[in-house]
Ligand binder design. Structure first.
Ligand SMILES: [Zn+2]
Ligand SMILES: [Zn+2]
Length: 177
């Protein structure tokens, strides 16, 4: 869906859409969309700027930061955004304004694609990292075993196998010298 300034100049455009997983490009390998992304919004032209506000909802899957198993997360976000024509030269008052309102962005030409707005909003809403459960034990740093499912036994042995072999090397060096 393209939000065209010529159409917006005539009337506000209500948006009710649903995007199936795979239909939007999030430019990210960090997460996957699990359910349709639903959006309800209103777009309008205000003094030459595109104003779009509404709410979106979906579910995504990302990997647990500790054990790398998939974790499902709800994503709900309200947004209220202003897009200015890129051709507008920045004015002194805008520089001042941008310090207070971080939600101001720009559009090129006749408007912008709703898909691009949604992709950006989802990326902003995705948590930096997810944990499958608060007591997730993660992966063994030596053998990579998932410690939630198995006890690999590395912990029982000396701390770091590389350090252990260094100790052994030192011991033999001292024997020789
Ligand atoms: Zn985990
Ligand atoms: Zn291990």
């Amino acid at each position: 869906m393209f939000l065209d300034i010529h159409e917006l100049a005539v009337h506000r455009v209500p948006i009710r859409k649903s995007y199936a997983p795979g239909s939007l490009d999030f430019h990210s390998t960090e997460f996957r969309q699990l359910e349709p992304l639903t959006v309800r919004a209103m777009a309008e032209l205000v003094e030459g700027q595109i104003h779009i506000f509404g709410t979106l909802h979906t579910r995504i899957e990302l990997n647990c930061a500790r054990c790398l198993e998939p974790v499902a997360e709800e994503v709900s976000r309200d947004f209220d955004l202003i897009y200015r024509p890129a051709s507008w030269a920045p004015r002194q008052e805008d520089i001042h304004l941008s310090l207070e309102e971080t939600e101001i962005a720009f559009f090129q030409g006749d408007g912008l694609f709703l898909a691009d707005i949604l992709s950006e909003q989802i990326n902003l809403a995705v948590p930096m990292k997810a944990i499958c459960r608060s007591d997730c034990r993660g992966l063994c740093s030596h053998c990579g075993a998932n410690l939630n499912y198995e006890q690999c036994g590395c912990e029982a042995r000396s701390a770091d196998p590389r350090l252990a072999s260094l100790e052994q090397f030192k011991l033999e060096w001292f024997k020789k010298h």
